[in-house]
Write a new protein. Sequence first.
Length: 95
Amino acid sequence: MRSLLLVLMGLFVLFQYRLWLGEGSLTHKAALEEQIEQQRQENEELGRRNERLAAEVDGLRDGLQGTEEKARTDLGMVRTGETFYRLVDPDRNTP
């Protein structure tokens, strides 16, 4: 009877160890839930970025207005007959 009690106590301690500290434990579960939440936030951020890029692609694909804006801002292009003015702040140190 005493050996049965010792075996049962040993099993109880083993199960408690696995519950609190082992693989699949409560702390492991909490860490996994935190990782899932971080990944969910990252996915939302990347989804918003993808939507912005898709809108930009649609704008460039649909008409010349988006292409013209892109050329003006990124490449510094001007139309024929337009005059390009560059304003320089004298207080700002430029390389």
